[in-house]
Every structure is written in C-alpha cells, then in structure tokens.
Design a protein around this ligand. Structure first.
Ligand code: FAD
Length: 292
C-alpha cells in the first residue's frame, strides 16, 4: 500500500522507524523486531539506509520482510556518492520485493569515506530520479528547526519547496520535542506553498546520554520542562523509559488531536517503546475519524 493513500484516509495511527544492524550485526535480530512490531497495528515501518551504501543489502532485506509481514514498508534511500547504476540496482530490488514507498534522502558522507560521485547532490535530484524510474510513493525529510547546514529556516524551506516540486508525495520531520515548533513550521510551509501531508517524527527518549548526543548532532532543542525530566531520571533506566514513552504519548496525542494522520516514532529498534505508545493510545489510533 502507498503511504500517501493512508495519509489521505480517515484513520489516525502511528508508524515507526527501524535501522539495520551495524557491520557484523545479526540480521536475524532485526527481522525478529520486525515481526514483534508487525503484530501491533502500525501504519507503516520505515527502514533506515547507511549513507554511502553501507549495509544496503540488509536495509532492502528488512524492508522486504516488513512488506511480507503485511505492514507497508518505507525504505530510506540516500544519494550522496551514489551513481545512476547503483541507485537503479537498489530501485530494481525494492520494486521486485514489493516495496512501494521510499524516503528519498541526500544522506551525510560517513567519516573516512571519499566523495567520488557527485551526480546526485541533493535529495531533490534523487526524488526526480525515483519518480521517473518507477511507480513509487516518495517521501522527503524536513526540519522544523532548520537543517544544520542551511542559512536559516526560510532558506531551508525554499530548498524544500524545490524538493517537493520535484515529486515528493509527503514529508517526514526530523524529531522535535516541542509541538509549538511544528505548528509554527506548518504555517511557514503553507506560506511557501508547500501543502503535501506532513508526518511528524518524535522520539520517546529512553536513554538520557544518547539524546544529548543526538540533539548536538541534529540541532534539535530540548525544551526546559523536558530537560528536567531527562535530568531527573537519567540514572534510572526503567523510570527514564516510562517517562520517555509518556512524554512522547502526550506529544503524539496533541498532534493527532490537531489533525495529523500519522505520527512517526523513532523507536531505536525497541518494540516495547512503540508497543507502550500504542497501548496508551489504544482507543485512538487506527479507529478515530479525523473530523477536520
Ligand atoms: P537535502 O534535502 O538535500 O538538504 C540538505 C541540505 O542542503 C539542506 O541544508 C538544504 O537546505 C540544502 N539544499 C537542498 N537542496 C538544495 C539545493 N538545490 N541547492 C542548495 N542547497 C540545497 N540519513 C541517512 O544516512 N540514512 C537514513 O536512513 C536517514 N533517514 C532520515 C530520516 C529522516 C526523517 C530525517 C529527517 C533524516 C534522515 N537522515 C538519514 C539524515 C539526512 O540524510 C541528513 O539530515 C542529511 O544531512 C540531509 O538529507 P536531506 O535528504 O534532508 O537533504
């Protein structure tokens, strides 16, 4: 199923992100996580992709397993250092294995990898390629707090408009912890003529040290009231997990109540995290009619 059709439907839901095991890691573990999550009612499962093409086989295999388990898969695909031939090979594999949804990304060149191919400089180039190559539903990334490399939020949104005009069907946001930031961003997108559906991405924080690092890398801000929670429970893993799931549930509830059809959960491969949120929202997701 194409994600854009779900987003145009009338039910609300949660989707989640998985990442393949690192070099030498067990693919079987990741496939087991797919099955644990697929038992729950999630809208779709996305599978990340190592920029520069590392572990591409595992990403495709996991996305295919998601589809096999009856849940729509969204395969991430990056274009930094890619060639026309390498992209077409991956697109052919995805198509052959029934994956119809792709999140088109530029990616960041991994440390130590030399840039050899510059045919695809921006995600917008990849969007155009995928749309002309096959019958795929294509998502793009967007950044409510601005992409770290951009000159500013308006500049970033102007570039985003170009990406959307190249064929993006829907957008998935970088994580944020304050919904007001997203609502402000939505006004700015509309002002720039961007009106494709937006899927907010949120992360239930279960590891205080990890979130500090992620925020430093992505430029995401932790609001003071949430920082207090992280600092208070940092040394108690079970308490931190419960607090993280509850904070993310409150965020998701507010987003669904305000008209978003799907909220994407950055689960860090923990089935109990998406499971906890689905339990908290069991009378809301996959049933509730969106009235506006
Ligand atoms: P782009 O849309 O190309 O934008 C990158 C920068 O270039 C921005 O500053 C933008 O303003 C600027 N720009 C865009 N177009 C132009 C133009 N035409 N001219 C000049 N400047 C331009 N990374 C991975 O490696 N694997 C993943 O699986 C992955 N999944 C992600 C999922 C989500 C939801 C998000 C938000 C990010 C993900 N990333 C992933 C990280 C992403 O690859 C990085 O943030 C990367 O730096 C930018 O990718 P992009 O697709 O947003 O790039």
């Amino acid at each position: 199923m194409k994600i854009i059709d779900q987003l145009r439907g009338d039910t609300m839901g949660l989707s989640c992100e998985l990442f393949p095991p690192k070099e030498g890691g067990q693919l079987a573990n990741a496939l087991d996580i797919v099955h644990q999550i697929a038992k729950r009612e999630v809208d779709f499962i996305s599978v990340t992709y190592g920029a520069g093409g590392s572990a591409v086989g595992k990403s495709v295999a996991i996305a295919a397993e998601v589809e096999q388990s009856g849940v729509p898969a969204m395969a991430h695909l990056t274009c930094v250092n890619a060639t026309e031939a390498s992209l077409e090979k991956t697109l052919d594999e995805l198509q052959a294995r029934g994956v119809r949804n792709i999140l088109a990304l530029r990616g960041d060149l991994p440390a130590g990898m030399v840039l050899e191919h510059t045919e695809y400089r921006h995600a917008s180039d990849l969007v155009k390629k995928i749309k002309s190559y096959g019958d795929f539903c294509v998502g793009g990334a967007c950044y409510p707090e601005g992409h770290p490399e951009s000159a500013g939020l308006d500049d970033d949104i102007e570039k985003l408009k170009y990406k959307v005009d190249n064929g993006v069907d829907f957008l998935v946001t970088q994580m944020f912890f304050d919904n007001a930031i997203l609502y402000n961003y939505m006004y700015r997108l509309l002002a720039h003529g961007i009106n494709v559906p937006v899927v907010p991405g949120i992360m239930p924080v279960t590891n205080a040290r990890q979130i500090t690092r992620i925020c430093q890398l992505s430029g995401t801000k932790l609001p003071l009231h949430f920082r207090a929670i992280v600092e208070r429970f940092a040394d108690d893993p079970e308490a931190m997990k419960q607090a993280g799931i509850n904070y993310a549930t409150t965020q998701a509830l507010d987003l669904l109540a305000n008209g978003f059809k799907d909220v994407h959960i950055y689960t860090m491969n923990k089935p109990e995290v998406i499971g906890g949120m689905l339990d908290n929202l069991s009378h809301i997701v996959r049933r509730g009619k969106v009235t506006s």
